[in-house]
Design a binder for this molecule. Structure first.
Ligand SMILES: C[S@@+](CC[C@H](N)C(=O)[O-])C[C@H]1O[C@@H](n2cnc3c(N)ncnc32)[C@H](O)[C@@H]1O
Length: 567
């Protein structure tokens, strides 16, 4: 079946094979009829369906709807900085989260999806983009001429054993890559976004994403033959064996689906790249174990030169002959690390932070995310890079160390002293607590590096509108830096986190009690609400106190397993 022969389905606007105006019977891949119908209805009804819109969050009720609708799905591909003027073929488009991004940013996009409901949702998501065509077809059955610069397989290659039914049946992954290659113009590339079966989070207790089974990928998939992911070396071998001479690998954390950090292939030593990772990785829709401390392990594997092999996901760029010249930005990226801050922020606060070498030194650039909407970009801010570990790492070491209470207190005392000297207003509130300038609000251990010449604040993004009492900052740090990222370890020795924090702050301010503590908790909630934190988003760290949030039930685990008939 050639895509050029497809005909438009009057009701949905999806292109279907000639003579099948009603669409083919349901394709086997599904999150569930009710779940997918809700997503289709949401996309149809939403007033704004643009990439990274927060308007669709109003329709999120569960993990499938979060996955299809929430901002951040395009982060991993966005980080690559692909040229605008390209023709893209997307195989396995799902409900169109990526098709929307590709359509907003590139010349022409053809998205193929097997499921009629998903194809209709993809069309509805791209309803105002005339440069996006959505085809409903089992892509095992299509023929492609060399018409495209880029083929995208976003979360699709791993399903080839179940859903790719043509070519060499003993090698469905190779057969799918052969189809992708046949669609490329000379110098074209395939982008493969896929989990790393040896990803750090899986060693630390996150379940394998497709089977919801802990260690299934690390163990080499003993319990299923229906999906497959690869290690870093394996995926490069698979791609080379499929006839792509040039391969470049980008590393995604916590995964490629909602990547918040992308590291390029370079991974230079002594650059503290572990500082760019959040931990522990959240696993929305799944329950996880906490076997190994992800933050401390990330530092160890980075220091050992192994972070690339332990990335949780990859975007693999498979290049045909000449691709390295045509796609210089992906084969020789000018940057080392990118952080994409989209989650829990309104669009005006979406940021891309980039670490890149310039004239022999490293620089960090912070810029607004470019939606291709024009006119919204603030001038990027460029800062020198500071070597050193985040104090967050020191706090994790303190929490897990031999004498945690004293080690945490010592670090907090240094932090307290630095707060007072940097942000003092020389005034006190009615309770007698020193007041600090509002600029201190983001001065948390996760935003402080112990540099060669002392503590350096790296990301003071927000400013409180009024002075802030120092005990609130001690509370913020204990909650956000000591407990939330270390909660699995903290909960083994701390029975009551509130009591723990009250006692820790009493060592600085003996009058600090539970009513002051309750005020601080309420103030933290209202701060997070004010900076636009998305109350429906799944939270990292089970210790995070529940805002007006949703519980992400264990029942969803089952649904994910059912999707590919994996149970
Ligand atoms: C994990 S989802 C990813 C969807 C989309 N790329 C995204 O990132 O949202 C995999 C998608 O590939 C589609 N798919 C898998 N095999 C296919 C095939 N042989 N033909 C058409 N679609 C297929 C499934 O229906 C599903 O929507």
């Amino acid at each position: 079946m050639r895509l050029s022969e497809f005909e438009i389905h009057a009701e949905t606007g999806v292109l279907v094979p000639p003579g099948s105006q009603q669409g083919k019977p349901a394709f086997g891949y599904s999150d569930g009829v009710d779940e997918e119908t809700r997503v289709l209805n949401a996309v149809t009804a939403a007033p704004d369906v643009r990439d990274n819109t927060s308007a669709l969050l109003a329709y999120v009720t569960d993990w499938p709807s979060y996955y299809h609708l929430a901002p951040g799905r395009s982060n991993a591909i966005r980080a690559l900085g692909l040229p605008r003027d390209i023709r893209v073929l997307e195989l396995g488009a799902g409900c169109g989260a990526l098709a929307r991004h590709l359509g907003e940013n590139h010349t022409e996009v053809h998205s193929v999806e097997g499921s009629a409901r998903r194809a209709a949702t993809c069309r509805a998501r791209c309803r105002d983009l005339s440069n996006v065509a959505v085809f409903q077809a089992d892509f095992s059955e299509i023929e492609c001429g060399p018409d495209y610069d880029v083929v995208v397989l976003n979360g699709v290659l791993e399903y080839a054993p179940s859903f790719f039914k043509s070519g060499d049946r003993s090698n469905p992954v190779g057969a799918l890559l052969a189809l992708a290659k046949s669609a490329l113009r000379p110098g074209g590339i395939v982008l493969i976004a896929i989990e790393n079966k040896l990803g750090l989070k899986y060693w630390c207790g996150a379940p394998e994403d497709h089977t919801a089974t802990v260690y299934e990928g690390i163990h080499g998939y003993p319990a299923t033959t229906k999906v497959t992911t690869f290690s870093r070396r394996e995926v490069q071998e698979v791609v080379r064996a499929a006839g792509f001479p040039d391969v470049s690998v980008f590393h995604c954390f916590p995964d490629y689906k909602f990547a918040s950090t992308v590291l390029s292939d370079a991974l230079p030593p002594s650059t503290y790249l572990h500082n760019w990772l959040d931990f522990p990785a959240e696993c929305p829709g799944l329950s996880r174990e906490y076997a190994v401390h992800e933050g401390l392990a990330a530092k160890s594997v980075y220091d050992a030169g192994l972070l690339g092999d332990f990335a949780n996901s990859f975007v693999v760029v498979a290049g045909t002959e000449g691709a390295a010249t045509k796609f210089e930005t992906v084969f020789r990226p000018a940057w080392i690390a990118r952080r994409l801050s989209v989650r829990g922020r309104d669009a005006s606060h979406h940021r891309v932070t980039t670490l890149a070498p310039r004239q022999g030194r490293l620089e960090v650039t912070k810029a607004a995310v470019d939606y291709g909407r024009g006119g919204e970009l603030a001038a990027p801010v460029v800062e020198p890079w500071t070597p050193g570990d985040l104090l967050l790492i020191e706090m994790s070491r303190a929490m897990l160390g031999a004498n945690p209470d004293e080690a945490v207190h010592a670090l907090l005392a240094e932090f307290h002293q630095d707060l007072l000297s940097r942000f003092a207003t020389e005034t006190r509130d009615a309770g007698g607590y020193p007041l600090l300038r509002g600029r201190c609000i983001d001065f948390l251990l996760r935003n402080i590096i112990r540099g060669p010449e002392g503590l350096v604040a790296i990301d003071l993004e927000w400013e409180a509108p009024a002075p802030v009492a120092v005990d609130f900052m001690l509370f913020r740090s204990l909650w956000n830096d000591a407990i939330a990222p270390n909660h699995a370890w903290a909960s083994r020795r701390i029975a009551d986190f509130d009591l723990y924090i009250v006692r820790a702050i009493q060592r600085f301010y003996p009058a600090y009690g539970f009513s002051r503590h309750a005020q601080n908790k309420a103030q933290e909630e209202s701060f997070l609400a004010r900076v636009g934190l998305d109350p429906t988003a799944p939270r990292r760290g089970e210790a995070a106190f529940v805002m007006a949030g949703k519980a992400w039930g264990r029942t969803l685990t089952r649904r994910i397993r059912d999707k590919a008939g994996l149970s």
